[in-house]
Structures are given as structure tokens and as C-alpha cells.
Ligand binder design. Structure first.
Ligand code: C5P
Length: 229
């Protein structure tokens, strides 16, 4: 499967989200709505974004029963992808998968977040994790995939290592993408769309380089072309 483009629409304003979705949709395969949009607008807001399948990035993390209830609660919105924290453990991930399966074959695919890319080695150590970030990413990736996750959210710099260790099976969805020359913002370790696609990512998630461009549609089209090229 060729690498696809997901545009992250990070705003609390439903009108802005609607306008961005209309402009960008022809150049993307999916649109990502995250915590800020969901907390501000709820399910009714998600339903406004009907141009493309939706990646609902809620990074669920709670006891298994509560996460399962959360997954069931969003099933009527029919997200294509849904995130949860692998650190929630085997039982939480299994409960989420069981809940997702009640939607049948069109169920959302579950993506596990391993180590947040905002945590460096020192910050991770301070949380009580003894090994380094790569070791912890791999440990949590295996745990998540063994208990029902369909794939992982990971840094572009982890794709090759994860493909080596885990094979072609897991869906790898990669944020922290910056076209050459784009502002890096708060993303620490970025990669260009072309390099991330070549490394083996299934989907690239791009936010501000599209949403803050003077012409978001043109920016999305250029990134899509770079992925294909
Ligand atoms: O604007 P930018 O391209 O940095 O947006 C990246 C998107 O991916 C944001 O919605 C952010 O929440 C999300 N994300 C991330 N890093 C992760 C996981 C998700 O940047 N490790």
C-alpha cells in the first residue's frame, strides 16, 4: 500500500475545521481530529467532518472498563483510526479491541501510542522507566500488538527499527513530518515526507505545515506529491 497523507486539523473552532476539511480533503486520505477539537465540539463536531474517514486521536488511557466504554461511545462516529496509550497495559488494550469489534468489519483500527515524542531519555527516566526510549518504544509496541492493537503511532526515526523488529503487519502512522524548509515548531525530531514514506510508514500525519499555510490546499497537494514522488 502506498503511503497516505493524514491532515491534522487541530483547532477548537468547528467552522475553521469545516473550511479546512473542504479545502484539504481532495489531497488527503484521512483527516485527524484530536483532543482539543473533540473536547470543544464533541461527537456533533466530529460529524461535521464528513469529507473523508476520520482519525480520532484521543489517546485513551484509563482502567479497561472505562476505556472499553469510551471506545463504545465513539463507535457511532465511525472513526477509521482511534488511539490509545500502550502504557495502559495488556488488559486495557484487549478491552478496547473487544469493544471496537462490536462495530463489525468496519470497526475502528486501534493505534497504540508508545512513548510520547515530547519525552526525552531524562524525562522518561524520571517517570520510572529504567531503559532508554527506543527500548521502551519496542517493549510497549510488542505489548500493544500482542493484545489487540492494529498498529502504532511512532516517530519517523523509529519506523525502520519497528519494521525490522515487527515486520510488515502493524500499521505505522507517523507524525512529526516537516517538508524541507518548513517551520519545525515544537516537534523535536522531524523527517521530510519523502524520507518517512521511504522508511516504510503507512500514513504520515501533517498538521501545521498544512493548516497554517497561506494556501492549505496547495500545501497539502505539494506534500501529497512529495510522498508519491
Ligand atoms: O502540526 P504538526 O504537524 O506538528 O501536528 C502533528 C499532529 O500529530 C498533532 O495533532 C499532534 O497532536 C500529533 N502527534 C504528534 N506527535 C506524536 C503523536 C501525535 O505530533 N507523538
Amino acid at each position: 500500500m502506498p503511503t497516505g497523507l493524514i491532515a491534522a486539523i487541530d483547532t477548537t473552532d468547528p467552522q475553521r475545521a469545516r473550511a479546512l476539511a473542504s479545502a484539504i480533503a481532495p489531497h488527503c486520505g484521512m483527516l485527524k481530529l484530536g483532543l482539543e477539537f473533540f473536547l470543544a465540539n464533541g461527537g456533533a463536531g466530529v460529524r461535521l467532518i464528513d469529507d473523508l474517514p476520520v482519525f480520532l486521536d484521543l489517546k485513551l488511557h484509563d482502567i479497561p472498563n472505562t476505556v472499553a466504554g469510551g471506545v463504545r461511545a465513539v463507535l457511532p462516529l465511525a472513526p477509521r483510526l482511534l488511539t490509545l496509550h500502550a502504557a495502559g497495559g495488556a488488559a486495557m488494550i484487549a478491552a478496547a479491541r473487544k469493544a471496537a469489534e462490536t462495530a463489525g468489519p468496519a470497526r475502528p483500527l486501534l493505534l497504540a501510542v508508545t512513548v510520547l515524542t515530547s519525552l526525552d531519555a531524562e524525562a522518561l527516566h524520571a517517570t520510572g522507566v529504567a531503559g532508554g526510549p527506543r527500548q521502551q518504544v519496542l517493549r510497549l509496541a510488542r505489548l500493544a500488538l500482542d493484545h489487540g492493537a492494529d498498529g502504532l503511532v511512532c516517530s519517523a526515526h523509529e519506523v525502520a527499527m519497528l519494521r525490522d523488529a515487527l515486520g510488515a503487519g502493524p500499521l505505522l502512522v507517523v507524525p512529526g513530518i516537516r517538508p524541507a524548509g518548513a517551520a519545525i515548531g515544537d516537534q523535536a525530531r522531524t523527517m521530510t515526507p519523502r524520507d518517512a514514506a521511504r522508511a516504510g510508514a503507512d500514513w504520515l500525519v501533517v498538521g501545521r505545515p498544512i493548516t497554517e499555510a497561506a494556501d492549505p490546499a496547495a500545501a497539502a497537494a505539494a506534500i501529497a506529491a512529495e510522498i508519491e514522488g
